[in-house]
Design a protein around this ligand. Structure first.
Ligand code: ADP
Ligand code: ZN
Ligand code: ZN
Length: 816
């Protein structure tokens, strides 16, 4: 008997065994997809991990429905990497599989399909099955795959749907509706048996009673003689003055064969620039040092101050790996940053740059997937956010993790809760590839690894082109308030500096780490603050919509006119966000054009790009934004950066708060003065003598690093201890309290290391679920693997307790 081992896109740790025929057994290879039944009536797209002859002992293996690929669509290294991710981050291999594949390749019986409203389909171009699906969707806006299975009355429909998706006739409903034109073109060619010289005569004989069809065949021969290129159905119909129905008849008679040519949607027309990139002496030195490091080490950190020209060094290195015929993966913390980078890389590498983008449609992602797998010319350099890590690289030689300190590289939800930087290093190891981490403000963990000589280290301390580091002015808010030198949230110093920059035609960035107008509304009479009904947080006031909104669950109410507790109408706003700063600017600088960049204004496919473009084109004078501003954007006309309030970052209850504040402020400050003129940064704070603020002011990374490292050791945090955080959730407060205490006790009895909790987090209820956390600190000298096994065992016994089974447990390894 013949079997395959299959992973399903479900949150399950196990793989499943299915039966196949002998012929299938010889055809199937690891990395191919199969449609398989699961449970009573479900159908999933599974991925073959192994082919074997061992009958499962515990259950009778079901038969597969269908093989979906002719060749593997995932590589062995990729699968090995997924297994590592699942094991290290303590999640199911199914979680990784589901997160890695574009959902267009993972059809299942529950998938909901819709038709594309903006596409006109010529009925005659559809097969009978396709037509039935198409027609069914004309009457209902969407259908589940299992409905379509009953409509067509067959099980094996994934290939039909897949084809319709790739033709852009139908889409998965989960997809955001986007406008882009389908670019799939239909061609025909003669069946091979008619291709010979005698083919025409033979054909005319076959078609002697079908005049219309004969005309098309004649037109085909004429066209192929004169044009010597593939013939589209459209052209054929035009030339022969016929209809596509007649072409369809010829296809059915197996005289013509139809095929589609994939026209790339994600392609760039830019030509590679001939312009030769000249590195500065400092860049050249760094470039050579990196290469030197790579002869000894697999990973190297490039610690270069903001605007030192790290990107140009990446480009030079990429060039070298391309010459060796290797693929390059370039990871960015924020997908919105790709636009700027892609245009820079295009200048040098033209069409060789592919982008893997969660905001792109399924078809676009599937295309990049296939190009990566085939090692196509177009996917020699793949740019993407963390999920690009899971693509099927055929021949990966070099990985760049830019802004490696960014916390967005760690996925929080859903599983796999992986860190893309760390997983990239493991992937590189499987490929025998090199990794370059780049940052002006490296994470403590990474810098620690350079000091332990695990990673190489290359430093650039000067900016490109001798641009000076910005001058930093500290403004003491306490003093300014006391002396009445504040207008709203602006100190006199900041106002003066803004006025000067504007008068010189320069641009300004103002940083406020909070969106919305003002976080809360407070009653002046009784102090009541409106809270979310479902979450343990106060509601945020959004002036533009005149609403109070919950930033955790989206719950919103109109702004109240009176206090819900005491009915007083004396309500005030407390704290401030980006929206309020924009508002204040309006009265301070009525002639300046302002813009805002935060989660509220950058929604939609190109929201972020639009704001960046208008700012780059100088249609905005003052840009107000949240931490999105800190992420490696390059604007040459910005001479002033204002940090409205440095303190709310410092006071986060989080062991990384100081490190992050340092990184954020240094990065935002780095946006100032990137051309010849020295830039200025105004930092407003109540604590001008705070160590972290002093370290930012003096550009003292080492000071920050040493101080934080000391604290981490004392308080048992990374890099000295690895942290696993367990989050328990349940709607019943008492049950959760009891259950989390039970788990805490079992863990602390069985683990010889600090176990903390169960703690009630600062926000202890979200969407009506109460929350408790347990933190496990694993010292460096204890083996990680066996500790995780013990934890997993404890979690299994927790689940076995009937009254706790309903408590959800989320495991976050290397919690960020
Ligand atoms: P970083 O990523 O280190 O902050 P960038 O790579 O964005 O710095 O470089 C800062 C600016 O200097 C960019 O505008 C870039 O185009 C320019 N630049 C850097 N190196 C070179 C070079 N070798 N030749 C021309 N321009 C350069
Ligand atoms: Zn009140
Ligand atoms: Zn809420």
């Amino acid at each position: 008997m013949f079997f395959i081992e299959v992973v399903l896109p479900l949150s399950l740790a196990k793989t499943f065994t299915y039966r196949v025929s002998e012929a299938e057994f010889h055809f199937i290879k690891k990395g191919m997809r199969v449609a398989v039944p699961f449970g009573k009536s479900k159908i999933y797209t599974g991925l073959v991990l192994d082919v074997h002859q061992n009958e499962p002992g515990l259950y009778e293996a079901k038969e597969i429905h269908q093989i979906l690929d002719e060749n593997p669509i995932a590589t062995e290294i990729q699968i090995k990497h997924w297994l590592w991710v699942a094991n290290y981050y303590m999640c199911g291999i199914g979680d990784v599989y589901r997160g890695a594949f574009p959902s267009g390749l993972l059809l299942e019986s529950e998938t909901t399909i819709s038709h594309k409203t903006d596409v006109r389909v010529n009925d005659s171009e559809l097969s009978d099955d396709e037509f039935l699906v198409y027609e069914a969707l004309q009457h209902q806006s969407s259908l589940k795959v299992q409905d379509i299975i009953s409509i067509l009355n067959k099980k094996n429909i994934f290939p039909i749907l897949q084809k319709m998706i790739s033709k852009d006739i139908i889409v998965l409903e989960e997809e955001i509706k986007e406008n882009y034109k389908p670019k799939l073109i239909r061609y025909v060619k003669l069946h091979s048996q008619y291709e010979s010289d005698s083919g025409l005569g033979q054909l005319l004989e076959v078609l002697k009673n079908a005049n219309k069809q004969k005309e098309i065949v004649l037109a085909y021969f004429q066209l192929s003689a004169s044009e010597k290129k593939p013939i589209t159905v459209k052209k054929l119909v035009e030339v022969s003055n016929s209809t596509s129905t007649v072409v369809k008849a010829l296809i059915e008679k197996e005289i013509f064969e139809e095929y589609y040519l994939q026209h790339d949607r994600v392609s760039f027309d830019g030509k590679a620039s001939e312009e030769f990139l000249q590195l500065s002496a400092a860049q050249e030195l760094a470039f050579n040092q990196i290469k030197e490091n790579f002869t000894q080490k697999e990973v190297c950190l490039l610690h270069g101050v903001t605007s030192s020209g790290k990107t140009e060094i990446y480009i030079k290195l990429i060039e070298e790996y391309l010459t060796l015929g290797k693929q390059v993966l370039y990871l960015l913390p924020e997908i919105a940053l790709t636009t700027q980078l892609v245009s820079r890389l295009r200048l040098h590498f033209g069409d060789k740059v592919a982008v893997f983008h969660s905001k792109y449609s399924n078809n676009e992602r599937v295309e990049v997937w296939k190009q990566t797998l085939e090692n196509a010319d177009k996917a020699q350099i793949v740019i993407g956010a963390r999920s690009a890590l899971f693509l099927p690289f055929a021949n990966l030689g070099f990985l760049i993790v830019d802004e490696e300190h960014e916390q967005t590289f760690k996925q929080t939800d859903p599983a796999p809760r992986y860190h893309a930087r760390d997983s990239a290093i493991v992937l590189a190891n499987f490929h025998n590839a090199k990794v370059l981490l780049g940052s002006a403000t490296p994470s403590i963990e990474t810098y620690f690894n350079t000091q332990a000589e695990k990673y190489g280290l290359v430093t650039i301390t000067e900016r490109y082109n001798n641009v000076r580091m910005p001058e930093i002015l500290l403004v003491d808010l306490k003093d300014k308030h006391f002396r009445k030198r504040m207008t709203g949230h602006f100190s006199d110093v900041l106002i003066e500096e803004i006025a000067e920059a504007l008068s010189l035609g320069e641009q300004v960035i103002l940083f406020q780490n909070r969106r919305g107008y003002s976080p809360i509304i407070e009653c002046m009479t009784c102090g009541h603050v409106p809270h979310c009904q479902q979450c343990d947080v106060s509601l945020t006031f959004h002036k533009h919509k005149n609403q109070l909104r919950c930033h955790y669950c989206g719950y919103s109410i109109a702004k109240p006119s009176h206090c819900h507790a005491c009915s007083s109408i004396d309500l005030t706003t407390k704290g401030f966000g980006t929206e309020q700063i924009e508002q204040e600017l309006l009265s301070l600088f009525p002639k300046a054009k302002t813009g805002r960049m935060d989660q509220d204004t950058t929604r939609g496919k190109f929201g972020f790009e639009k704001i960046i473009d208008t700012f780059k084109n100088r249609e905005i004078d003052i840009l107000v934004g949240t931490q999105m501003l800190a992420k490696g954007l390059d604007f040459e006309n910005v001479s002033l950066v204002g940090i409205m309030n440095a303190d709310n970052m410092l006071h986060h209850p989080d062991f990384r708060a100081f490190e992050r504040s340092y990184q954020m402020m240094t990065q935002v400050a780095g946006r100032a003065g990137r051309s010849e003129k020295q830039g200025k940064v105004v930092i407003q704070t109540y604590n001008p003598n705070h160590n972290t603020i002093q370290q930012v002011t003096n550009n003292n990374y080492m000071g920050m690093y040493k101080e934080q490292l000391y604290d981490r050791q004392i308080y048992k945090y990374p890099p000295y201890f690895r942290i696993i955080k367990l989050t328990l959730k349940h709607r019943d407060f008492d049950k959760l309290k009891e259950g989390s205490f039970w788990l805490y006790q079992v863990l602390s009895q069985n683990l010889k290391m600090p176990v903390l909790g169960p703690e009630e987090p600062a926000i202890s209820r979200i969407r009506n679920e109460y929350i408790r956390t347990i933190m496990i600190k694993i010292p460096q000298n204890l083996p990680l693997g066996s500790t995780k096994k013990t934890i997993q065992k404890m979690l299994n016994s927790f689940e076995a307790v009937a009254q706790y089974r309903a408590i959800k447990v989320v495991i976050n390894v290397d919690f960020y």
